[in-house]
Design a protein around this ligand. Structure first.
Ligand code: ATP
Length: 612
């Protein structure tokens, strides 16, 4: 299988003919997809943290591949990661190594399971070996089902989880067309979070939900929401509100909601900083006869708060409020806005649902202050990275070492597109872009200073495969679903453990495998332990000396989160390799091409500073 087929399997399209020269940059690009996981050790001295999972995946590749992709591309899904049931239909032959691996994992997880039982109030003595994944859950099979699906439940009278989509109709009386749309869009089997969280929301209970990145949380809140709305309404405005921290994520939620509700004319309004003002003015027109009614409002917090303050929106009919990336929305910076939104949603029967891959204890405490008799559904270990990503830490010495490491990776053929490259600031994103654009990569950059149209253009280009390496800031760290991303590079060390988990979660989505490399210098060493802990928890090997490191204190963690460390600038050293004059000539060519593009399409080089 070549790289193009691999990418197409992930939803990105690559024009092989058009990029044939560029392909050479990637050396081993025609390798099997499985080689991504084994090529990990090539990069350089000082790198660590190859996943245990890699061994299992490689074994599976020869001993029992599980094929799950629609286009025939092989999808190797290690046990325990098969959120999407893609391997369920394939009979697998299990290697001795795999069996051994599984047994040791079982032993290691026993303690965690016991803790899970304690939380769920379940007696482990009713344990059974295995139950059919599709049979409806009963009180007798609950314990085994929860263990099999790594679900932890907490709360009073938490509704039993749902084992299969068929229960939507038989148990919850969900309209059949919703099931039709699930099948149509390839959401064939519910994921663990969908099994655990949907019954809670369908029963109209408040919910706090945590599940790994890329495990299907969006659908877990959208389907119950649409079920409760039943049909478009011309009587009430805004019956449901979904808040997301970025407009890219808001747009993505909108796209998924459109698919899920296909064939029904739900009126959905996306309201972001720069979104079409007419949408909201139509909704708030003083002439009631002209007022347009929306069923669902998907919004970023700031834009909604402005609309509330200007009395452009009336949220008194809202029955369902979803905070996606809830921990971010309850952090300083967004907290005040989230508070205002909560206050404006004044309906006495308002139901609240909070979702995230990370839910720090402080956030949970805060959530409890405004939720009523809530249920808590957690998949796997709380605040952990998705296990489908093989994580590596690479010591690069100094800031300059990062560029060397990156270029070595390119030369070794380890930079398999599409790649997301995270840096800590807009300034650094721009600098790195100007550096890499001369390396012949199809590279672009996205951050909050780029106008909406440009941001949309970059995302489409990345999805199409026209952009191979996308340099980004924290803006893209959460929620964004690029299925085909092969590699995430933390060029700059993340400022919090949550940031690390969300950033690397842009790869390894929907049960696919992914790879994440985090560069660190000695300046970052004090914060290494936080990442090491996440790596160990998700089954990655880390050297003993790292395990023994002291973690940063609370004060220091707070300091890092509040302010990115000062870093030496990313120097333009392209001049040394291709010659300064040549570099300038190419720079001008790129600038001219961008100017032409701006004239033609409204896209171009970003200007200004600040933001994510
Ligand atoms: N039941 C399902 N079967 C197959 N694919 C699914 C299913 N549910 C969701 N997906 C797909 O999985 C991908 C990831 O889902 P989603 O974006 O909701 O993840 P998430 O858990 O919200 O991740 P993040 O924490 O990064 O926001 C999406 O492409 C979605 O369409």
């Amino acid at each position: 299988m070549d790289i193009f087929r691999t990418l197409a399997g992930g939803g990105a399209h690559f024009d092989k003919k058009r990029f044939q020269n560029d392909l050479k940059i990637f050396g081993g690009a025609a390798d099997e997809q499985a080689s991504t996981s084994t090529s990990g050790s090539a990069a350089s001295v000082g790198k660590t943290g190859t996943s245990k999972r890699k061994r299992t995946a490689a074994d599976l590749g020869t001993n029992g591949e599980k094929s799950g992709s629609a286009n025939g591309a092989k999808l190797i899904v290690p046990d325990g990661l098969d959120f999407f049931g893609s391997a369920a239909k394939t009979k697998s032959t299990t290697s001795a190594v795999e069996r051994e691996d599984r047994q040791s994992k079982k032993d290691g997880k026993r303690k965690a399971d016991e803790e899970s039982d304690a939380e769920s109030g379940i007696d482990s003595n009713d344990e059974r070996d295995e139950i059919s994944d599709a049979a409806p859950v009963t009180k007798a099979t609950l314990s085994t089902f929860l263990k099999q699906n790594k679900i932890k439940l907490k709360g009073t009278d938490v509704p039993l989880p749902m084992a299969s989509w068929s229960e939507l109709e038989t148990r919850f009386h969900v309209q059949p067309w919703l099931r039709t749309n699930l099948d149509k869009w390839g959401w064939g089997v519910p994921t663990a979070i969908q099994k655990g969280a949907m019954p809670v929301l369908l029963a109209n209970r408040d919910l706090l939900a945590g599940a790994p990145t890329g495990s299907g949380k969006t659908l877990a809140f959208l389907l119950p929401l649409i079920h409760h709305l039943r049909a478009p309404s011309k009587k009430e405005n805004f019956r449901a509100v979904i808040v997301s921290p970025t407009r890219e994520l808001a747009q993505q939620i909108y796209d998924q909601l459109r698919r899920l509700s296909e064939g029904r004319n739900f009126r959905i309004c996306v309201l972001t900083k720069t979104s079409d003002a007419t949408a909201i003015s139509k909704a708030s027109s003083s002439d009631a006869s002209k007022r347009k009614k929306y069923d669902v409002l998907i919004t970023t917090p700031l834009r909604l708060v402005h609309a509330i303050e200007k009395e452009e929106v009336d949220l008194s009919h809202v029955r369902h409020l979803v905070l996606d990336e809830a921990d971010r929305l309850l952090e300083d910076g967004f907290l005040q806005q989230t508070d205002s939104i909560l206050a404006a949603c004044s309906h006495p029967h308002l139901r609240k649902a909070l979702f995230s891959a990370t839910l720090p204890a402080g956030v949970e405490e805060m959530a409890k202050t405004f939720m009523i008799d809530e249920c808590r559904v957690i998949i796997g270990n709380k605040d952990s990275a998705t296990e489908s990503v093989s994580q590596e830490l690479q010591f690069v010495g100094s800031e300059d070492g990062k560029l060397h490491a990156l270029r070595s990776l390119i030369q070794e053929g380890g930079l398999k597109p599409p790649v997301l490259l995270f840096v800590q600031s807009i300034e650094r994103a721009k600098d790195l872009f100007h550096e890499l654009v001369y390396d012949g990569l199809h590279v672009d950059v996205i951050h909050s200073e780029r106008p909406k149209l440009q941001r949309e253009g970059v995302i489409s280009a990345f999805k199409r495969g026209d952009v191979w390496v996308l340099i980004c800031t924290e803006l893209m760290a959460r929620g964004i679903d690029f299925k085909g991303v092969q590699l995430v590079i933390n060029y700059d060390f993340p400022q919090s453990v949550q940031s690390y988990i969300h950033r690397i979660g842009r790869t390894g989505r929907a049960g696919r495998k992914g790879r994440a490399i985090t560069y660190f210098t000695k300046e970052d060493a004090g914060h290494l332990k936080t990442v090491v802990n996440v790596m160990r928890q998700s089954g990655c090997e880390v050297p003993e000396w790292m395990v023994g490191l002291k973690g940063p204190g609370k004060k220091e963690r707070k300091k890092l989160k509040a302010r990115a460390p000062e870093r030496k600038g990313i120097r333009t050293s392209a001049a040394s390799s291709v010659g300064r004059r040549e570099a300038n000539r190419r720079k001008e060519m790129v600038a001219a091409s961008k100017r032409r593009k701006v004239e033609g399409t409204g896209e171009g080089t970003p200007k200004g500073k600040g933001g994510e």
